[in-house]
Ligand binder design. Structure first.
Ligand code: ATP
Length: 491
């Protein structure tokens, strides 16, 4: 019987202990919101990105791209990020703690949330309209009111209804300020306004500005898409939950350009296709769901949006967004650059600005979801076995070669087998410690197979192959190992 991961802390410590994820700049005390991928983490991340790249670009109607991180500052004016990519935040005057408004509200307990809701209802009758009975619904209404009208926050603060979670003071918050999440820097030696550039907060804009380049050079006809994997940076006010919300992360984005009128059909297609991708890589169906955005919550340019959510130990969270962005992006870039990004349909003899269906996944956030989903504990007779049940395509090592004991030439045979398998697959060699401990170590890093050289190998050149999930062992000829692994791993 396997049990799931209960706490992210357990995963953080396993990830560190086994070389998946380290805190950035750890020897200097760490850098908040930044993480380093260790030897196993980088393999896992590469495998996820590779699986995405193959699924998304090894097809006729999607092309790949790798645009630069620094882009012309006007790009971010056109995209709306300079003006709108902000979070409202407040500071505690007493202890200097800084909060995003919604995060602050979220951090209160039920009793406090109700108190705030009552205070709000007394002040603003009509804000909390009927049907908001559960605390969660009240909380949502308050959060909406807070983010839409800063004076609501000020009034609640003055009434001393909002204690600072860090120091407990009431009435101590500053008025909410808009905080732009883009990291700013300068290009060239002069640090003045004309030299300002931003670290991109999303990879999508690199795709939009290259729409015409790709369409022309690759002779692509609408409908077609452009896919890109790359780093994005957001100066998040509150980073939390390990890799879930970080300041530097990687995105896997694809913008699919379609004829207006066919957009909702493509939206539905991509929605299903993207969910399938996670399932095909072994994620459990019950842990995934669609979360459609209600019409009143859509960005002003969006026609439809749905998140793919995963159930983390701290609750459901978005891992990918699928959006119908209409012709907003290309139209805005036409307006700001003065260049035409219209598409001429040869067959229909018509010109139009294509609509865009976007699929936007976090590589790092997906990696965390894959880690959480793979994590399992199994109670054996006198110990708990921890296993990462990765899909073989994602596992950092595909097999481990383990001589049972260091005698009678078993290590030599083991090393020889290891060297020959290493030419084809990432494999691991380990000849130190008890065999039981070596198996556990491989279970903990998610290696699907362990190949053991034992005394029978010396007689008949067979080895045992142990399956990570079932712990069943079979015996096969040593020279059949490569074939066996390829078949079983479906690589
Ligand atoms: P959230 O509401 O969680 O901040 P978002 O709606 O702003 O996310 P998008 O702008 O749609 O996210 O970005 C697409 C994807 O990029 C998200 O689904 C997520 O996987 C990833 N992502 C966004 N922000 C972060 C972050 N700070 N850290 C890690 N991944 C992120």
């Amino acid at each position: 019987m396997f049990t799931d991961l209960h706490s992210i802390d357990t995963l953080v410590s396993l990830a560190k202990r086994r070389g998946f994820i380290f805190q950035s700049s750890e020897i200097y005390g760490g850098l908040n919101g930044c993480w380093d991928y260790g030897p196993l983490g980088v393999e896992l991340l590469r495998n996820i990105k590779e699986a995405w790249w193959k699924a998304m670009t090894y097809r006729d109607d999607v092309e790949g791209l790798d645009a630069s991180i620094l882009m012309h500052a006007r790009v971010w004016e056109a995209s709306g990020h300079v003006e709108n990519f902000t979070d409202p935040m407040v500071d505690c005057r007493g202890c200097k703690a800084r909060y995003r408004l919604d995060v602050l509200f979220d951090s209160y307990n039920e009793k406090r949330k109700r108190k705030i809701a009552e205070g709000l209802a007394a002040m603003r009758p009509g804000v909390l309209v009927g049907g908001r009975d559960t605390t969660a619904e009240l909380a949502e209404a308050v959060a909406d009111a807070l983010s839409e009208d800063p004076s609501v926050f000020e009034a609640l603060n003055e009434k001393e209804l909002l204690p600072c979670p860090a120091c407990g003071r009431t009435g101590s918050f500053t008025i909410p300020r808009k905080f732009n999440l883009m990291f700013k820097t300068f290009i060239g030696p002069v640090e003045d306004a004309s030299a300002v550039v931003y670290l991109r907060p999303e990879t999508a804009q690199g795709i939009f500005v290259n729409f015409a380049n790709v369409a022309q050079t690759m002779r692509q006809k609408v409908p077609f898409g452009i896919a890109q994997i790359g780093k994005a940076f957001r100066n998040e006010i509150n980073t939390k939950n390990f890799l879930y919300r970080t300041r530097e992360f990687e995105q896997m984005e694809m913008q699919f350009f379609v004829e207006p009128g066919t957009d909702m059909e493509w939206f539905e297609k991509w929605k299903e296709e993207r969910m399938r991708w996670f399932l095909d890589l072994g994620m459990r169906q019950g842990k995934l769901r669609f979360h459609p955005h209600p019409p009143e919550k859509l960005a002003h340019y969006a026609r439809a949006a749905v998140d793919i959510e995963y159930e983390f130990p701290f609750g459901w969270g978005e891992i990918e967004g699928i959006h119908n962005r209409t012709d907003y992006d290309l139209s805005r870039h036409m307006e700001y650059s003065g260049k035409s990004l219209e598409y001429f349909d040869d067959e229909k003899k018509e010109k139009y600005v294509p609509y865009v269906i976007e699929t936007s996944a976090g590589a790092s956030r997906s990696l965390m979801a894959f880690l959480v989903d793979a994590y399992a504990e199994e109670q054996l007779d006198n110990e708990t076995r921890t296993v990462l049940r990765f899909h073989p395509r994602l596992a950092p090592y595909k097999a481990a070669v383990l001589p049972l004991v260091n005698r009678d030439g078993m290590e030599d045979i083991g090393r020889h087998l290891y060297r020959s398998l290493q030419k084809e697959l990432p494999v691991f060699y380990d000849d130190s410690g008890s065999i039981g401990r070596r198996y556990r170590r491989q279970d903990e890093i998610g290696t699907p197979f362990a190949i053991t050289i034992d005394s029978q190998t010396l007689q008949d050149e067979t080895v045992t192959v142990r399956d990570r999930d079932t712990m069943q062992q079979i015996r096969i000829a040593m020279d059949a190992c490569s074939r066996y692994l390829h078949d079983e791993l479906k690589m």
